[in-house]
Design a protein around this ligand. Structure first.
Ligand code: API
Length: 269
C-alpha cells in the first residue's frame, strides 16, 4: 500500500516527512536508508515521522539518512511547524522531540523556533572525558581548539580563517566518529565575516555534508558569542542560504528561517 509523504527543505537541507498522526508508521533502519538514498530512493538528509503527542501539537520523530534516530533538527522543526500550522488556525506550534518540547511561530513560508537553552558541560555534549568546552585541547590536522555545544544534539565548532579552504569531506567523518564523542558529533567550521555574521559549513552526523544545518547554526552562534566574537543576534550564512540566530538574555536560542514544500508523493513501503 503506497504511503503519502511530503518532500520539504530548509535552505536545501532536505527531508521526507510522513504524517502518522492518524495511522501509525514504524520504519526499520534499512527502510529509512533506502528512502533517504539519493540514487535508489526519494533522497533526503533526514526523514521525519509526525506522531501524536500528549504534551505538544505533534511528536517529531527524527532519523538521519544513515537510519539512526536522533533528538533534534532545526531546519526540520521549521518544516514540521509549517505542516502543523496548515491544519490549525494559529501559527503558534509546539513540537515534542526526544530532546523535549520546542515552540515556534509559523509566518508564511518560514518559521521562528525557540530551540531552547544550549547545554555546555562536557557531560552534556557528551564527551568521553572532562575538558573545557569553550576551547577544547584537541585537534585534527589544521582544525583545532574547537568549542562544543549541545542543542538537543551534539556539535563541535571550529573557527577558521576560510571555511572554503577546509577539506571537510575528509576531516568531517574522522571527527564525527572520533571516540571523544560517544554519541558521534555534528562538525561545523565557522568563519567570522563581521560582528553580526558567520559563514558556516557543516558535516552532519549520519548525513554528511548538507546545504544547511539549523542546530549547527545555533551551535556556531552560541560558540562565537561565548568567545565574544559576535553580537547576540547574528546572520549565519550556510551554503544553502542565511538563518537568523539570536541567543537571548533568557538563554534561549531563537532560529528564524524558511520552510519550503518541494512536492508531495506516495511510496510503497
Ligand atoms: N545530523 C543531525 C540531525 C539533523 C540536524 C540538522 N539537519 C539540523 O537542521 O539541525 C544530528 O545527527 O544530530
Amino acid at each position: 500500500m503506497a504511503r503519502p509523504f511530503t518532500k520539504m527543505h530548509g535552505l536545501g537541507n532536505d527531508f521526507v516527512v510522513f504524517d502518522a498522526r492518524q495511522d501509525a508508521l514504524a520504519l526499520s533502519a534499512a527502510q529509512i536508508r533506502a528512502i533517504c538514498n539519493r540514487r535508489t530512493g526519494i533522497g533526503c538528509d533526514q526523514l521525519f515521522i509526525m506522531e501524536p503527542s500528549a504534551d505538544a501539537d505533534v511528536f517529531m520523530r527524527i532519523y538521519n539518512a544513515d537510519g539512526g534516530e536522533v533528538s533534534a533538527c532545526g531546519n526540520g522543526a521549521r518544516c514540521i511547524a509549517r505542516l502543523v500550522a496548515e491544519t490549525q488556525e494559529t501559527g503558534a506550534v509546539s513540537i515534542e522531540t526526544l530532546a523535549g518540547v520546542i515552540e515556534g511561530t509559523v509566518d508564511g513560508p518560514g518559521a521562528a523556533i525557540d530551540m531552547g537553552v544550549p547545554k555546555l558541560g562536557w557531560e552534556d555534549i557528551p564527551l568521553a572525558y572532562g575538558m573545557d568546552t569553550l576551547e577544547m585541547p584537541v585537534g585534527w590536522e589544521e582544525l583545532d581548539a574547537p568549542s562544543a555545544v549541545n542543542m538537543g544534539n551534539p556539535h563541535v565548532v571550529f573557527f577558521v580563517p576560510d571555511v572554503e579552504a577546509v577539506p571537510l569531506e575528509r576531516l568531517g567523518p574522522q571527527i564525527e566518529t572520533d571516540p571523544l564523542f560517544p554519541e558521534r558529533v555534528n562538525v561545523g567550521v565557522a568563519q567570522i565575516t563581521a560582528r553580526g555574521e558567520i559563514r558556516l559549513r557543516v558535516w552532519e552526523r549520519g548525513a554528511g555534508l548538507t546545504q544547511a544545518c539549523g542546530t549547527g547554526a545555533c551551535a556556531a552562534a552560541v560558540a562565537a558569542m561565548r568567545r565574544r566574537l559576535t553580537e547576540r543576534k547574528v546572520t549565519v550564512r550556510l551554503p544553502g542560504g542565511p538563518l537568523s540566530i539570536e541567543w537571548r538574555s533568557d538563554d534561549h536560542v531563537m532560529m528564524t528561517g524558511p520552510a519550503e514544500i518541494s512536492f508531495t508523493g506516495a511510496i510503497a513501503l
